[in-house]
Design a protein around this ligand. Sequence first.
Ligand code: MN
Ligand code: MN
Length: 460
Amino acid sequence: MNLEFNPKSCWEIYGKAEDRRAMDAMAKRYVAFLSTCKTERETVQYIVEQAEKAGFSPDFRTKACFRNFHGKTIFLARKGKRPLREGFRLIAAHADTPRLDLKQHPLYQDCELGMAKTHYYGGIRKHHWLARPLALHGVIVTVEGAVIPVRIGEDADDPAFTILDLLPHLAQQQMGQKLSDAFEAEKLNIVLGHSPAEAEENEKEGEDKTDKKIKRNILQILNERFGVVEEDLYSAELQMVPAGPARFVGLDRALIGGYGQDDRSCVFTALEAMLETKEPEYPVIALFWDKEEIGSDGATGAKSLFLEYCVEDLAEAWAPDDKPSEIFMNSKALSADVSAAIDPDYQDLHEKLNAAKLGYGPCFNKFTGSRGKYGANDANPEYIGWLRKLFNAAGTPWQMTELGKVDKGGGGTVAKHLATYGMDVIDFGPAVLSMHSPFEITSKADIYATALAFKAFLEN
Ligand code: MN
Ligand code: MN
């Protein structure tokens, strides 16, 4: 009898050639997904396309259905062999990621440059965003209600955008400042252009020949390309994200580097698992939220009533006699979100016995929060025991972790909002390095293991 628990690396568990081939194929799909989906809207659109291809319908009376809410959050459900009142299996991840949003009055001209103001979204480290190519994604809505998609900076022949940074020669004073003071949010301004409108265009405007020609040229280009005027930017959501595709990292191509892996790694793996779970024992639900990075507020965030409404409608369509409260309280959920892997250069911020290791499979975080578990869900041990049995039987690796040393920081997820309904829930997802940076790193073995674990959970 082996009394000690010795975690096993995914690389050992998936050491066979056929496993490695399946892992590589999934990693390729994942890299393509990360390169395509850089905002919650793009991610939801991708999910709709995949779900429709797999036979999901917006009609809740069908066996496999989905609801796309404002193009920013999406609910997918599939009937199980058992009735709804016995509870569902739910995986909930978030599709929004930290970024720089353009302000509502974005455009101005200064020092011979056309510029745009930003307001950051979520927890960024401001210096990560300087002096690197950025792409512009989002939508502009006209008064006629047309929703015009914008995506500039991803194709090789697209222009990119950037935020300027100080040259070392003039950074002496800044070098002595505290990191939190050195980089100001109001200096995260985007370079959009440099050339003035052509002479004819300027003459048409008559006066004001000197100080707005570059800004006017930018408006001219936006008008030609999207048919919009400056006022349309008030009803726009435009986001600056790191430009370019995700890619493999390392000589062995074993790591995946790319923007938005918190939490699109869980979106991707949960979606793959959901679409492959064709005949589940219990009804299964996948839910992809917006707004997690800014506290889950708003109509498309996890604090909204969206899930409740969807389950009520599902009950009405599938089992009108089943009480939603009974359904919720019998349900089991994974709050699918990433954990922080131990970083070789900052090991002292992790408590090693409980830190997540890259390549050791998806991480359970029994609780999140900070300063004495404040704001945590703190999952029930009965549920963890049940999950251990499930994953051990399925042969999928997992690790039991905690995000950083006590009192060194912390974070929150959607787990506590799902727990409100009385369902069993725990945080579970792959470990990430450089989390919330423009180039987050995951192990392709962890991505593979996470998808298999999600599938085992949904099928159970
Ligand atoms: Mn997250
Ligand atoms: Mn996050």
